[in-house]
Design a protein around this ligand. Structure first.
Ligand code: 5RP
Length: 218
């Protein structure tokens, strides 16, 4: 019997939506699993203030009647109570990879601003070890020089990000996610990469069959 990954995504999303309460400020992730979360959240009809991590999420959240605020003003919303987002890879030690949808820069900013960052995935996202591709957002300025410095990276055939970044993927080995994350963090021209450290992740909700498993990194 084949696994129903869409059901698993929905179950994980519903479990995350159950964590929210009236008055919370909420970061909304991007992607199909985050889409299930938006629907589950809207169905709860809570009083919330939300920020979106992509134009697609913003449009969907508006359609569902969720209250949105911009996240680019300096006088409010410096912290969020919770952020909920999907992932491309989830390892047992809490390292995750995001950015399959190209939104990892905004997603990481929102996750880092949240008291609690909850990751929701179907069971096929769970891996023994993190591996390539690792999504990258690169500055357009000096692109050839950045690619040369990176070596094992390839431009993705995708439109520019809302922040005018160029999407690419690291295709080299990922022997040590912390070492690679450190290297990418200090490579000029790399705006952001899709490696999210365990310290950023409060909990991971994995839909598995008709149940939801909870992983608490670290
Ligand atoms: C977008 C992301 C997504 O959360 C990630 O790609 C998972 O997407 P999906 O839930 O559609 O499998 O990081 O940048």
């Amino acid at each position: 019997m084949s696994t129903d990954f869409e059901l698993e995504k929905r179950l994980a999303a519903e479990a995350a939506a159950a964590l929210l309460a009236d008055g919370m400020t909420v970061g909304l992730g991007t992607g199909s699993t985050a889409g299930y979360f938006l629907a589950a959240l809207a169905a709860r009809e809570l009083e919330l203030v939300c920020v979106a991590t992509s134009p697609a999420t913003e449009a969907e959240a508006r359609k569902l009647g969720l209250r949105l605020e911009p996240f680019d003003s300096t006088d409010k919303l410096a912290r969020l109570d919770i952020a909920v987002d999907g992932a491309d890879q989830v390892a047992g030690d809490g390292w995750i990879v995001k950015g399959g949808g190209g939104a990892h820069t905004r997603e990481k900013i929102v996750a880092a601003a949240a008291e609690r960052f909850v990751v929701i995935v179907s069971s096929d996202k769970v891996v023994d070890e993190i591996g390539p591709p690792i999504p990258l957002e690169l500055h357009a300025f000096g692109l050839a020089a950045t690619l040369e410095r990176l070596g094992d990276a390839r431009i993705r055939s995708a439109p520019a990000t809302p922040d005018e970044g160029v999407l690419a993927d690291w295709l080299g080995p990922v022997d040590d996610p912390a070492e690679l994350a450190g290297r990418l963090d200090t490579t000029p021209g790399v705006v952001e990469h899709g490696l999210f450290a365990p310290e950023l992740v409060s909990e991971i909700l994995v839909g598995r069959g008709d149940e939801v498993e909870r992983i608490e990194p670290g």
